[in-house]
Design a protein around this ligand. Sequence first.
Ligand SMILES: [Zn+2]
Ligand SMILES: [Zn+2]
Ligand SMILES: [Zn+2]
Length: 535
Amino acid sequence: MKRLFGLLLLLSLLCLAGCFGSDPEATAKETEADVTTAEETADVTTAAETGHQHTFDQKVQSDEYLKTPAACGEKPLYYYSCVCGERGESAFKGDPVPHVYSVSVSDAGLIESVKCTKCGHTESLNLQVPTSGTLKGAFKCSESKYSGVDSAKILYYENCTESHFENVVRWLQTNGLTQVQSYKMGGNRYVLYRGDYFTAYLSYLSGEGAIRLYIGRADDKIPSRIDPGAGNVTPALWQINVDCKAAGYNGGMSYVLQLSDGKFIVVDGGYDTKEDADSIYKILSENKPANHEKPIVAGWFITHLHIDHIGALRNFTNQYKGKVKIEGFYYNFPYVAVGDIYPSNNQNWEDIMASWTGATLYRKLHSGMQFAFAGTKVTVLCTFEDVYPLEFNSGNDSSTVFKVEIAGQKIVFLGDAEYGESDRMLNLSSDTLKADIMQYAHHGYDKQARANLYQKIDPSVILWPMPFVNWESESHGEVFRPRYLTHGENAWARTAASVKKIIVMAEGTTKLELPYTPTGPRNADYTALYEEQRP
Ligand SMILES: [Zn+2]
Ligand SMILES: [Zn+2]
Ligand SMILES: [Zn+2]
């Protein structure tokens, strides 16, 4: 096992040294396959200017090297490529194109059949999930017209114990599914199983006594847990000052992390404005290592589909595609209407993401999931699936909440989580939740995460994504007027002794070198800054 990891690490490092754009999954596949066969067909040319000698021996099966597409079950042709990313002339046969199955699950927990959304091929399965506790039904995560996009369903059981969970795990194994990942957070259990027809994600939330079995697409990509290895860049976190004046609204959230290998993680990005897209690009371009031809975003995370979070991605795509390399997008959007979030928008956003050549769409982050970037570990703490199908009216409670461990510190991004997700996360242990730095939820509006969740996260630094000036007509936007700071959760933030520093977005874009030790006053003079910034 150790040797395999060593080999994977070595190959990842080799890849980091010289190539852009290889899909990590494709690379992993390559290591499993017979690497030596490539030599026989190697095609060697020299680029005169650089002296780098291309060796077209890489079998990367991604769209950018696709020569001839194929129908389901048939093998497409791909061009060989060099480790530097250059495309060769000769081609090889790729793996057969898989069907994209939509799964039909009955309310009684019978997995009836699958149908390919591309070619119509059907298979009947008739797999009865063992009854655990009280089955409340099969809840769709997708409206039927989006079934090609996501046919997922959640089977939701109440009155469950951990042994019910283990019973379903055994059933998954008996039916030939393979375990991909298994996690524990406090008394909660999570497993991810992969089969030919569907992916099964099973969770047991101890505090709720509930089991959720999520039946999703077999081709959902699963992020890698293998750390590609730390580099020598000092990690940093930027809280970007979202230009609320340009957007004409309040809120907005945009963070950039630089990892030790010089690559970046972007969290949300702010509004669909040139200003917010430019702010991200400025940080990426000014801080990329000299040996990166263009900035590399290892992961762009979208917490949820509100325009003050995802909006900038559209503007950024229009302006900067070709100037930046994005390796992956990380998110989990419901394909049902949630509050003011509608599934018709989701597809547009996924099309925008897919337009980034070489980017993998990790579209189903699940709670408990852990994965790695250079010197960095990410743990997913909550997604809409943990709240679903209980009634929740706000799109904010569909936020994907996650913890980033980097440079010996922990950072929790709460997105716009409100009470629904707070209550789920309160079932997690203090150990799991504890962070040094916490992004304050939902901009500090009157509806936000619960103070006892903040208390359990117990941060010494709060990053607060909000302007001082109210740029929209609603009065509740004036979060930093004294009357709003003295009640509810904001009273906690204002007074908690454990909090040593609060940094508000509107103080200006702030860079924290990691690990970060808070210095200076606990918070800025909000009244003075309001006077300075108001029109
Ligand atoms: Zn098919
Ligand atoms: Zn927001
Ligand atoms: Zn929101």
